[in-house]
Ligand binder design. Structure first.
Ligand code: C2E
Ligand code: CA
Ligand code: CA
Length: 546
């Protein structure tokens, strides 16, 4: 392909073509989200070099042969058609044209290599080396195309959230957190089958794109995953046991990548709301549930901001003589005219990130009312329930002291209840804070005892003063079954702890508890939770011991 005669129009065309190549490379790089500075450097270098070469050529050799231009056209063609860069340059016979051509090729190769590197950076997580959110989106789009052409195939997206990961970061430091994430990534990678994809989406959130797996059949896979994740993890000379929650949704032809991710996310949120460490499969009804949750969440946010939550108090009583030994503060909220179950709105507050604000409102309310009650009944103490979110999302220590200080109470006027399962699953993050609070005069009670699988050894190490036997062990007392209560009570006594039995509803339960020696009780038989005004009247006729 030899041009017939030199013509200035050809030069213009040549420059336009070169500019198109460079622009093409720049666009490709831009698509890969390459930094503007890198694009600019490569672009300017290319343009300057070509411009200088062209001008120099013009000044030094006004009669440049056409075969040089033709050869350059070849380079441009090769560079344009090959993603790897032009190769196999054949000498044109014009040294300067050859030099320009070699440089164009070298630049092209450099930009391509750079682009591939930057593409990797833009689509991968630097800590674990896994694909990132953008990488996952690309794979989801490919998977949806695949589903469109192979409707019989099942591809599922599983989102995985490591439970309580923030506690590792906060309790053991970020280096330990990073090490934990790398180990989790390694364990998850080991579960991949051919064609599957693993990505890290956020701090402790991973995604698995699983081929040939229907969402409904995923529980055995999740079982394996949970086994891997829960293997002991050595961090900073401590052994940590983790767990994970997951949501899964199957890809359906016609859906968008966004829909798919949203379905898996809704499943994950629904699973977490109903308790951690489980797999939840997407159902259509989750969309309307989510809309309802959003409405309630909004109302709860307003209720907290407007101080519309109230606190009721349930007395703890010496079942052998009826003396009042303390109170438990229980949060109450009326939504659209109905009293909503605390279990429901507390877990909603936890998942919506409102639990710290709710906890602060409960603490302020409780301390205010307790100060009033103590003016009538000196030394009366009150238990408050603490949620994991209060340890994770806020400074529970300063929240507590702010509340007692504002009401003029000593910290010892409160007992802090924390569930056994919470401590068992987040020991490394929670226990150091508990210890600090105990040093400052606070007292902890392990709530719902017997349901959280604490080992005896762990129990011995915990900075607690008392434990509350869960209602599920108290109820069988009505039928004469006292095995669990007797064992828990003697264990508690051996550890030097005080014991409270909760959920006492029947006279037979009270009688048996007294026979065992477990006299501190709480339950509908003795007193129901009540608002402050009612409690004040109720206490008038009672013996109150501090
Ligand atoms: P919990 O801490 O185990 O509180 C005891 C629950 O048992 C209370 O339910 C209480 O009303 C109920 N109860 C007491 N005696 C009996 C009985 O004899 N029979 C039966 N069936 N139930 C009895 P409530 O008020 O519905 O609270 C449920 C849970 O919500 C609490 O369980 C606690 O985990 C949580 N909660 C309540 N208020 C707060 C709060 O202010 N903060 C936090 N973080 N959690 C709270
Ligand atoms: Ca409690
Ligand atoms: Ca309880």
């Amino acid at each position: 392909m030899r041009p017939k005669s030199p013509h200035s129009m050809q030069r213009v065309l040549l420059f336009a073509a070169l500019a198109a190549v460079v622009l093409g490379l720049l666009c490709a790089a831009w698509v890969a989200n390459v930094s503007a500075a890198t694009i600019a450097i490569v672009g300017v270098t290319t343009a300057t070099y070509l411009g200088a070469a062209e001008l120099g050529g013009r000044w030094r050799d006004r009669s440049r042969p056409n075969d040089g231009l033709s050869a350059l056209e070849q380079v441009i063609e090769q560079a344009t058609n090959s993603s790897q860069g032009a190769s196999g340059w054949i000498d044109s016979g014009n040294a300067r044209v050859d030099a320009i051509a070699q440089h164009v090729m070298a630049l092209h190769i450099e930009v391509s290599t750079h682009r591939r590197g930057l593409e990797y950076v833009a689509t991968h997580d630097p800590l674990t080396g896994l694909g990132n959110r953008r990488y996952l989106s690309e794979r989801l789009a490919q998977a949806l195309n695949h589903i469109r052409s192979h409707p019989h195939i099942s591809i599922s997206l599983m989102l995985i959230d490591v439970d309580g990961f923030k506690l590792i970061n906060d309790g053991l430091g970020h280096a330990a957190g990073d090490a934990a994430l790398c180990e989790i990534a390694k364990r998850l990678r080991a579960l991949l089958r051919e064609g599957d994809t693993l990505a890290r989406l956020g701090s402790d959130e991973f995604a698995l794109l699983l081929f040939n797996l229907q969402a409904a059949d995923a529980s055995s896979f999740f079982g394996k995953l949970q086994n891997e994740i829960s293997l002991p993890l050595n961090l900073d000379r401590r052994v940590v046991n983790l767990s994970a929650s997951a949501g899964i949704a199957e890809g359906v032809a016609g859906m968008t990548v966004h829909d798919w991710q949203r379905h898996a996310d809704l499943a994950l949120v629904a699973g977490k709301r109903s308790g951690r460490t489980r797999l939840s499969v997407f159902r259509d009804s989750m969309q309307s549930d989510a809309a309802r949750q959003l409405r309630i969440e909004h109302a709860l946010r307003l209720a907290i901001a407007h101080d519309d939550l109230t606190v009721w108090f349930q007395p703890m009583i010496d079942g052998s003589n009826g003396h009042v030994l303390g109170l438990e503060a229980l949060c109450r909220w009326t939504h659209e005219g109905d009293a909503m179950s605390p279990q429901e709105f507390i877990s909603l507050a936890e998942s919506a990130g409102l639990i710290s604000a709710l906890g602060r409102a409960v603490l302020a309310h409780t301390c205010r009312d307790l100060a009033d009650l103590r003016a009538r009944h000196a030394g009366l103490r009150c238990s408050v329930n603490l949620s994991i979110g209060q340890f994770l999302d806020s400074d529970i220590e300063s929240d507590l002291f702010a509340a007692v200080d504002a009401a003029g109470l000593p910290i010892g006027a409160l007992r802090l209840e924390i569930t056994e399962s919470l401590v068992a699953s987040h020991e490394s993050g929670v226990v150091p804070t508990m210890r600090r609070l105990v040093e400052r005069g606070a007292e902890f009670c392990l709530d719902d005892f017997g349901t959280g699988f604490s080992s005896l050894d762990r129990l011995r190490q915990l900075p607690i003063k008392s434990l509350k036997i869960d209602r599920s062990f108290v109820t069988p007392l009505q039928h004469g079954d006292d095995v669990m209560v007797r064992n828990i009570f003697s264990l508690s006594r051996d550890l030097g702890l005080d014991t409270v039995a909760e959920g006492v509803e029947h006279e037979e339960e009270r009688r048996r508890l007294c026979a065992i020696g477990c006299t501190v009780m709480q339950g509908y038989l003795l007193a129901r939770p009540m608002p402050t005004a009612e409690l004040i009247k109720w206490l008038e006729h009672r013996v109150v011991r501090g």
